[in-house]
Structure formats: C-alpha cells, structure tokens
Design a binder for this molecule. Sequence first.
Ligand code: GRF
Length: 220
Amino acid sequence: MTAHHRVVVFASGRGSNFAALAEAQRRDELPIEVVALLSDKPAAQALARARATDVEAVALKPRDYASRADFDHAIFDRAAQFAPDLIVLAGFMRIIDPAVVEQWRGRMINIHPSLLPKYPGLQTHQRAIDAGDAEHGASVHFVTAELDGGPVIAQVSLPVTLGDSSESLAARLLPLEHRLLIATTGLIAGGEIALDGNVVVRNGKPLAAPLHLDTDGRLG
Ligand code: GRF
C-alpha cells in the first residue's frame, strides 16, 4: 500500500468541498489524509467543519500582516508545517503572491466553478447564463500565477436549463464539484496525474484535453 498523500485545504467560506474530501477519506475512498484546513477568514464555516471532523483548523488574518505578500508567505509557511504533498484551494478567495504560487507548482490545485478557460474570476454562473451557454460546469486545475489560468486537469459539465438562476445553477453544480474534486484528488494521490512543465501528464503522457467526469463519478 502506498503512503497516504498529506493534503492541506485552503478555504475562505462554506467549506463544502473540504467536507466532501474529508468524508471521502473517512469512507476510505482516497489514499489521502486531510491534515489541516487553513483560512483567511476566522468566521469561515469551513473552520467549524474542520474542527467537527478532527482536522486541524488554522485561521490567519490578512490585516495582521504588513502587506498582501507577507500574509501569503505566512499562511503558506504555516501550511508547510503540515508537510503536505498536495494543497487544495477550495473556495480560497484570494489572489496569491506569484512567488508563493511558484513554490508549490505542481503540488497545488484549485476548484473553479466554470468550464475554464471560460469565466475565470467571479460570478461564473451568472456569466454563463448571460452568455446563453447551453452547458456550464466546474474545473480542477493546477495553480499557476495566472488567476484561474493553470493547466486544467478535469472538468464536469451540466446543462443550463431555461429559467435557471445563478443560485439554481450553483446548487445543481455543487454536488458535481464535490465528486470532481474527490476523483481528481484521487488520481493525483495515486500518482496517475502530475504537472510536467506547463502540461498535465497522465501516467507520463501529456493529456490532450481535460479529463471529464462521467455520471458514475469516474474520470475518463
Ligand atoms: C465552489 O463553488 C468552488 O468551485 C469555488 O468556491 C466555492 C467554494 O464552495 N472556488 P465551498 O466553500 O467548498 O462550499
């Protein structure tokens, strides 16, 4: 049996993606150990969820630091103390200092609620509706200095239906996000997926296109 991947999750809010990963670990579905939850928001629900699942919960406040970069260095130094093999950004609402991002290149992923490269940034559901898109979805990508711009590993999609609001679309997407994050983390922890330069490789071969989550929760 291979050693479990040590995972640190960063979240600013609700923390449902964190909870989904912790739950998948508890069910023994993934060769991971979620060792800490770090947040920039002391009131984040994610922190309470971590404490409830016996995962160490750490909050650092940006205003306690002289600059954005100082905060980013401090919170990632704290993460490093947990010796993570992988950092998962799941609703971490900050643009991270590029020098810090570079230190974790290939070892840090983010889940973003759009079919990247469409709609980096905020209000992705509304933007998909406004554009009249027939499909929307979520992406997991390796984090690079470009906001929501790193190489995409895997995606899940769902149809946009007539009368969808940003809220209804987000609510239908969220459980799919959880499955996407679990499946993608599993491939990384299992050593199947890695970043080589700027290219995602699966079993050593470049991925021609992002993997896609099927209805069974598998990535093909
Ligand atoms: C998710 O929609 C994720 O894709 C985005 O932020 C949201 C976080 O939700 N990056 P939660 O905090 O995991 O519930």
